[in-house]
Design a protein around this ligand. Structure first.
Ligand code: SF4
Ligand code: SF4
Length: 309
């Protein structure tokens, strides 16, 4: 029997999730609650129907298509009875304007591998491949392991982006299944880590050392969030830790924050905790890259949106 998993999105032609041109698979479910989460639609583990008022032309095709009678268009908007909804996706298919969408869809591994192999030519010509992201992809570890094994048999390079927050056995399974690990280290102060991400730092560091003790290539990445992770002290502490404990690191990336995700929070009826935060300056990114290099890291790069001076 093949595994199946819940996928929020398949993003093609990605250039920031590993080497070459990549197809990134966003898996649903994450144990962290980072204040700056850019993929909030992937945090909840189960699929969810959402409705965009501005796109709706009120023709009620979705309501006619719903086999569970879970939808009702009222004067105050679309009412979605989540107890009745079985996440079948028929409303999304029926809607002529993409006003109703199912976030998260079950994919059998056979079908997903077939879908991903459609991009093989781009992988081969660019040195790219497939990256599993999320959410936190280790929360669907068996699915990832099966997909990685099948893709590697087809000669496709496989990477995973992870927060490192999972059990040791899960991390070992993942490490031995992929070609590259993109490992996040966000905050080195344990209290702030707990406050900003909702989980403990020690588990993340234990898995970082585990990763370093194996042979799989890995990059370390830090999201640079103004007033949260952007201090020289924080980046210096991360770089120092990596230099000392993870000497096989191939690349250290600093990723500048942006707040383009704010509409996703609105759509899900959630408050965006960092509303109003300005993008970081180019000078700060360059300075932090310099700080990481001062601590001994050699392949330091930064990317992302910066504010105009
Ligand atoms: S099918 Fe789409 S456009 Fe029509 S009522 Fe439903 S959500 Fe609105
Ligand atoms: S996903 Fe299926 S059950 Fe849920 S609202 Fe849409 S059509 Fe109805």
């Amino acid at each position: 029997m093949t595994a199946s998993g819940i996928v929020t999105n398949i993003q093609r032609f990605s250039t920031e999730d590993g080497p070459g041109i990549r197809t990134t698979v966003f898996l649903k479910g994450c144990p962290l609650r980072c204040l700056w989460c850019q993929n909030i639609e992937s945090v909840e583990a189960t699929p969810r129907v959402v409705w965009y008022a501005v796109k709706c032309i009120a023709d009620k095709s979705c309501i006619q298509a719903c086999p569970e009678d879970a939808l009702e268009l009222t004067a105050s908007g679309m009412k979605i009875d989540r107890n009745k909804c079985t996440a079948c996706g028929k409303c999304e298919t029926a809607c002529p304007t993409n006003a109703i969408r199912l976030l998260g869809r079950a994919w059998p591994s056979d079908a997903l591998v077939e879908e991903l192999l459609k991009d093989r030519v781009f992988f081969e010509t660019s040195g790219g491949g497939v990256t599993f992201s999320g959410g936190e992809p280790t929360s669907q570890a068996e699915f990832v392991v099966e997909l990685a094994s099948r893709l590697k048999k087809e000669g496709v390079h496989v990477a995973i982006e992870t927060s490192g927050y999972c059990g040791k056995k899960v991390m070992e399974r993942i490490i031995s299944s992929v070609d590259l690990v993109l490992y996040d280290l966000k905050v080195m102060n344990p209290d702030k880590h707990l406050e900003f991400t909702g989980v403990r730092l020690d588990k993340v560091l234990a898995n970082a050392r585990l990763l370093a003790s194996k042979t799989v290539p890995f990059w370390v990445r830090t999201p640079v969030i103004p007033q949260h992770t952007d201090s020289e002290e924080n980046v210096r502490a991360i770089a120092r830790y990596v230099y000392k404990n993870m000497p096989r690191v191939e690349r250290y990336e600093l990723l500048a924050f942006n707040s383009l995700c704010v509409d996703k929070y609105t759509l899900l009826g959630l408050d965006y905790p960092l509303r109003g935060l300005e993008p970081i300056s180019r000078e700060t990114m360059e300075h932090l890259a310099h700080v990481a290099a001062e601590e001994g890291l050699t392949n330091v790069v930064w990317s992302g949106m910066t504010r105009k001076p």
